[in-house]
Write a protein that binds this ligand. Structure first.
Ligand code: NDP
Length: 256
């Protein structure tokens, strides 16, 4: 059956930044496709509630790990424990991310460091803990959540655009080194999806109108519309796909 190509039954998946927003919906999607999901965040009630909700909807236990993705030592400690307890994940989704908005000349060193560490260095820290085990096993799927801003800049978010452009090139660099070991590394670049991170945008009538007009689909994305592309990249259906960046943006990056 062709649908078995997309079946993730028995695959272990870690989704960073899955206490809410895109990451949580993506974790739901992987669990629905059969994966055993491990959620992640910095801890607190949102993560606990997210794990409970995913477990309830998929009917299987759901794990949760806590660490700050910008702290290389904490990442190493937490993932060593995860691998010892559960084995090397089959699927890693590097999704954790933040946004900071300011005119370019007002960004501080701290802003720059925070954005680059959370959106770009994190994917390096997390991936390097898991891809050696994936390579040893001969299989693994790493999916980095980038953005339309990996290709198109916009006022007030220069550090974010730089971090996402870097994440796409990290995707290609990792694919170059790891594809021969059976580890596939790809990226998804979402357009505009209403989440906590961009509350300032979807609550602004003028910005809302701009997104609607600028997007050929004439609307914001629904977060669930990212699941199909993720399941494809996480499954056997994409067995010869490496180093790609798939835009899920209602056509935004195809037009001026
Ligand atoms: P949210 O703010 O809703 O969620 C961010 C997630 O990242 C939370 O789970 C948060 O966990 C986690 N996180 C943030 N910083 C850290 C950290 N230092 N250590 C560990 N976890 C951290 O954002 P979105 O869901 O909107 O965004 C998710 C990803 O999707 C980001 O990479 C973003 O750039 C990307 N994206 C989003 C788009 C959109 O339209 N929303 C469009 C394009 C890309 P907690 O706070 O619980 O620790």
């Amino acid at each position: 059956m062709i649908t078995s190509l997309f079946d993730l039954t028995g695959r272990l998946a870690l989704v960073t930044g899955s206490s809410r927003g895109l990451g949580l919906t993506l974790a739901h999607g992987l669990a629905e496709a059969g994966a055993d999901v491990v959620l992640h965040g910095r801890g607190g009630p949102a993560l606990t509630e997210a794990a409970r909700a995913v477990a309830e909807s998929c009917g299987r236990p759901v794990g949760a790990v806590t660490f700050d993705v910008t702290d290389a030592g904490a990442v190493a400690d937490a993932l060593s424990t995860l691998v010892a307890d559960r084995g090397v994940p089959d699927i890693l989704v590097n999704n954790a991310g933040i946004q900071r908005r300011a005119p370019f000349n007002e960004f501080t060193t701290q802003d720059w460091d925070d954005v680059v560490a959370t959106n770009l260095s994190s994917a390096f820290y997390v991936s390097r803990q898991l891809t050696p085990g994936m390579a040893q096993r001969g299989s693994g799927k790493v999916i980095n959540i980038a953005s339309v801003q990996s290709m198109l800049a916009r006022q007030t978010i220069a550090p974010y655009s730089a971090s996402k452009g870097g994440l796409v090139m990290l995707t290609k660099g990792m694919a170059a080194d790891l594809a021969r070991s059976g580890v596939q590394v790809n990226a998804i670049s979402p357009g505009y999806f209403a989440t906590e991170m961009n509350r300032a945008l979807w609550t602004d009538a003028a910005f809302d109108a701009w997104v609607t007009q600028r997007t050929p689909a004439q609307r914001w994305g629904d977060v669930s519309e990212l699941i199909g592309t993720l399941v494809y990249l996480a499954s056997d259906a994409s067995s010869f796909v490496s180093g790609q960046n798939i835009f899920v943006d209602g056509g935004m990056t195809s037009v001026v």
